[in-house]
Design a protein around this ligand. Structure first.
Ligand SMILES: Cc1cc2nc3c(=O)[nH]c(=O)nc-3n(C[C@H](O)[C@H](O)[C@H](O)COP(=O)(O)O)c2cc1C
Length: 393
């Protein structure tokens, strides 16, 4: 493991975030780190975990802690899944394959974004663990159908349909850092913004050696080929998923379907009615509609609406294993994490992702022992106190 991510330099996810900031140009770091508009929801996601407090049972021996669980029938070594993070290949060479490999080694699942730089077949082959494919309808229905077919053949076990991206969120940091200009390919427009790339020569060399700005090999537009980077914002705006789309998606995909981006009890019920096998309470890590409530606070309302009919997962703001424990105490089956591992990827590639997972694993074991709880399957609301004003139905 490179020294840059070893203890004592890196003890927690915030340390990995700082290490990523050192290696990455500002435009790439802010792409990971930033959120939409005033970043209210981005911050609130993390704060919601602080608002939940523990009620430990002390003087209880827990010699071994069992972290194992199943999600959609698939065994996982702990209740953690790496969330879809688009363009991971900008963060690190062959970023999606690298992250999937680290997830497989750790015995957890990896969800691959439609908007990734590596071929989905290569990502599935890189991991020895379960892989899920996250679907956007960019490029249109035929394009999505061909990706769905490829994902089935490649061995992806679940399709994650993201429903919170009717348009791309307003990520102000991306505008200020010149993302649009850098993607324009026009030297005159790019010039004011290229300096930030030159200040990180190590990243720049590896980015160029990996082929430079990638296309999207899993978004193959009939008659045109892989979608280019410059087209992505427009394509997202033209390709929202509606509840009606779930019908043809269900027909085309024989595996499990996970609906990602549920904020309320009402949408949770619609997801169940649409035939989902699981849902993710998610606000896209505060990157889409700013001002929505933090996911953890919405979990009780969603659980009441779902009434045990499908599995409920959560993401947004998970930075410590204790956050995972809190989500599980509230009733989530498992959590997804985006930034926690993306910082690791940015800091040191596979070793950085492995370090992020190792940190969360160690946190989980320690937190369970300090709570006096022998297994994550035994976690429930009796181990926490929740703010009285959180929404419930
Ligand atoms: C850099 C970045 C890119 C993302 N790209 C996607 C994506 O392509 N598809 C998607 O459904 N979610 C995407 N997300 C959202 C994550 O899947 C996840 O919902 C979010 O990161 C959870 O919040 P957290 O970062 O606080 O863990 C992205 C998140 C980040 C940070």
């Amino acid at each position: 493991m490179p020294r840059s991510v070893q203890p004592p330099r890196v003890l927690n996810i915030e340390d990995l975030r700082r290490a990523a900031k050192r290696r990455l140009p500002r435009v790439v770091f802010d792409y990971i780190d930033g959120g939409a508009e005033a970043e209210l929801t981005l911050r609130a996601n993390c704060r919601a975990f602080e608002a939940v407090t523990f009620r430990p049972r002390c003087a209880v021996a827990t010699p071994a802690c069992d972290l194992r669980t199943t999600v959609l029938g698939t065994p996982l070594s702990m209740p953690l899944i790496l969330a879809p993070v688009g363009s991971s290949r900008l963060i690190y060479p062959r970023g999606e394959e690298v992250a999937a490999r680290a997830a497989g080694v750790a015995g957890i699942a990896y969800a691959l974004s439609t908007l990734s730089g590596c071929r989905l077949e290569d990502v599935a082959a890189a991991s020895k663990g379960p892989v899920w494919y996250q679907l956007y309808l960019v490029g249109g229905r035929d394009c999505a159908l061909s990706a769905i077919e490829r994902a089935g053949v490649a061995g992806f076990s679940a399709l994650v349909v993201t429903i919170d991206t009717a348009v791309a969120g307003m990520r102000e940091r991306d505008f200020r850092n010149g993302v649009k200009e850098l993607l324009s390919g026009k030297l005159g427009s790019m010039l004011p913004f290229v300096g930030q790339l030159l200040t990180k020569p190590r990243w720049l060399m590896s980015f160029l050696a990996d082929g430079g700005l990638m296309k999207f090999p899993n978004v193959v537009i009939p008659g045109e080929g892989p979608m280019t980077y410059a087209d992505v914002t427009t394509a997202l705006g033209q390709s929202m998923v509606s509840w009606q789309d779930l019908g043809w998606i269900r027909k085309a995909w024989s595996g499990r379907i996970v609906i990602k981006g549920v904020h309320t009890g009402d949408d949770a019920r619609r997801a169940v009615d649409a035939g989902a096998d699981a849902l993710v309470v998610s606000n896209h890590g505060g990157r889409q509609l700013d001002g929505v409530a933090p996911t953890l606070s919405m979990l009780p309302e969603v659980l009441v609406a779902v009434d045990d009919r499908i599995e409920v997962l959560l993401d947004g703001g998970v930075r410590r294993g204790s956050d995972i424990v809190k989500a599980l105490c509230l009733g989530a089956r498992a959590v997804l994490t985006g930034r926690a591992y993306a910082y690791g990827l940015g800091a040191a590639g596979e070793a950085g992702v492995a370090r992020a997972v190792e940190i969360l694993h160690a946190d989980l074991v320690r937190t369970l022992k300090l709570l006096g709880c022998a297994a994550i399957a035994e976690l429930d609301q009796s181990y926490i106190d929740v703010p009285a004003d959180w929404p419930r139905e």
